[in-house]
Design a protein around this ligand. Sequence first.
Ligand code: ADP
Ligand code: MG
Length: 227
Amino acid sequence: LLNTLMKHEKLESVSHFAAAVSHELRNPMQSIKGFIQLMQAYDYSRDKQLEFHETILDEINSAESLIDDYLIYAKPVYGELDRMSVNDEVCGVLKLLGPYANSLGVELFCHPAESEIYIRGDRQKFRQAMVNIIRNGVESMPEGGEMIARIKVQASKVIVEIADQGVGMTKEEVERLGEPYFSNKIKGTGLGMMVTYSVIHQMKGIIIVNSEKGLGTVFKLVFPRLE
Ligand code: ADP
Ligand code: MG
């Protein structure tokens, strides 16, 4: 099944997607189970046990990353479409992720638009899409830095710009964003951007990425504005 998953545009249905997630979760689960059964069956030295614990924790962490990146897709049906305040949603997600970012030396700032503006979409999914962008930004700054979100109105469009001061990407890397399992991280899932791209496209939004190696990245999301 996994091999048949192509780019996000080709993902046929959410249920396929949920099936892929459970498939992916089976690996860490099985490995955790195996190590616990081993420890039950034999009297390992303390050192060996600690080594097993370490592996089990690693596997739990990788299961957790998977869930974090696309939990929302476990929802079997498309959610209701909500009328969302862009200022509230975007700045809300940044506020929520503040402590996580701070713990990694990153400061998050949000500049809302002057007026209230609205877009339409599934609230949960939109939040997940934002979380995945922001998490990548934070992870792209191993030495810390700042991330700034700006919300603007341009005629009938709403623009959300999210900038980091991270490692940046090559043109080739930017082109691969959204492709399932594309990851440059040792423990990456390569699924966060696939979720983000698919959610934003579902909302009739477009994504423009400007990135410069060593300087940082700007994600520009453009949505139709709701009256
Ligand atoms: P993961 O974070 O698990 O690797 P993602 O789908 O979230 O998977 O991201 C895919 C890849 O895109 C990352 O591994 C990284 O190489 C690149 N990437 C995404 N966002 C950024 C960013 N803000 N700065 C630098 N690289 C990024
Ligand atoms: Mg990610």
